[in-house]
Design a protein around this ligand. Structure first.
Ligand SMILES: [Mn+2]
Length: 313
């Protein structure tokens, strides 16, 4: 059995669409939410199996990649995330480039000599590399607004607290798009797929926009979203949108969960620091200076969090 292992976001799914247009193969699909990046641990192979891996970090999958190669598979690997110390093996072919703006669909586009360029443009928009999308499309007459929307909606589909929260399982969304020579043909022939994602996105955003505000002033805003699939799908994107609209303000998006909240913290865009220090004051907190989170903030700790947020920013 052959395996196609890919991240469940726009870049992962569309990389596979491109590759299988040029090299059709009936493989078992292994994918999940955007955050599920340890995917090779789900793969057990027989000698001679072919495994293709797209858009998940080699560092995070290093041990299982070694195991799969040891079990006798040959592996073709494309990615743009940190590869750690990498790996060399006679049956491993890697196309890894961590340069800014390069996403996996661009690496696949290069590998295929630009054969399915419009798909790579949509994927670049979806992975949040609009400048790269414009460069790839240079000289071609492509419907850029449609490709941007497609990339962004496929990316949105990858977010959720569990696979049950997603509008489409990423393997199903791949199957919807697979085989179409261009994203334009896909959009033309299956408008219901984009229709469902656009509607879901609009609904999720309107719930988020109307969410409860716990604190708001010129230095920061704290919001709480209800315990619903739509909140878990959209909380990250909603927080980014608030941050972009108010670059001098810090933001915390709390999503209700049993006994407390999942917390996502964004430092002000104008000085990207302090998010990690705030998160680390709580047991399940962690992250980076610009963006951090708390996996579970107890309801009883809410007041302490709001006070710590006020002091942090
Ligand atoms: Mn990517």
């Amino acid at each position: 059995m052959d395996y196609d292992v890919f991240n469940g976001d726009a870049d992962g799914i569309i990389s596979l669409v491109q590759l299988r247009l040029s090299d059709p193969r009936d493989a078992t699909l292994v994918t999940g939410r955007k955050r599920d990046i340890k995917l090779l641990d789900r793969v057990t192979v027989e000698p001679g199996d072919k495994v293709t891996v797209l858009d998940i970090s080699l560092r995070s999958n290093h041990a299982d990649l070694e195991r799969v190669l040891g079990e006798g598979a040959s592996v073709l690997y494309f990615d743009h995330h940190n590869a750690g110390e990498g790996l060399e093996h006679p049956h491993l072919e890697t196309h890894i480039n961590t340069a800014g703006e390069i996403c996996t669909a661009v690496l696949v586009d290069q590998y295929l000599g630009g054969a399915h360029r419009a798909w790579a443009v949509a994927a670049s928009f979806g992975d949040n590399f609009p400048a790269m999308a414009e460069r790839l499309a240079n000289g071609l007459d492509l419907p850029m607004a449609k490709l941007r929307s497609l990339g962004e909606m496929v990316n949105y589909n990858g977010y959720g607290g569990s696979e049950a929260d997603l509008h489409f399982h990423p393997a199903d969304l791949y199957r919807e798009m697979a085989g179409f020579k261009s994203p334009m043909a896909f959009l033309e022939e299956k408008p219901e797929v984009m229709g469902k994602l656009l509607q879901g996105y609009a609904d999720d955003f309107s719930v988020a926009a109307g969410s409860k505000i716990l604190k708001s002033d010129s230095t920061g805003e704290v919001r709480v979203l209800p315990d619903e699939p739509g909140s878990r799908r959209v909380s990250g994107m909603f927080g980014n949108k608030l941050a972009q609209e108010n670059p001098d303000r810090a933001h915390a998006i709390l999503t209700e969960q049993t006994g407390g909240f999942l917390v996502s913290i964004r430092a002000p865009i104008s000085r990207r620091e302090g998010a990690d220090k705030l998160a680390l004051q709580f047991k399940t907190g962690g992250g980076r200076a610009a963006a951090a989170g708390i996996n579970h903030l107890e309801t009883a700790e809410l007041d302490r969090f709001i006070e710590a947020f006020r002091l942090a920013f």
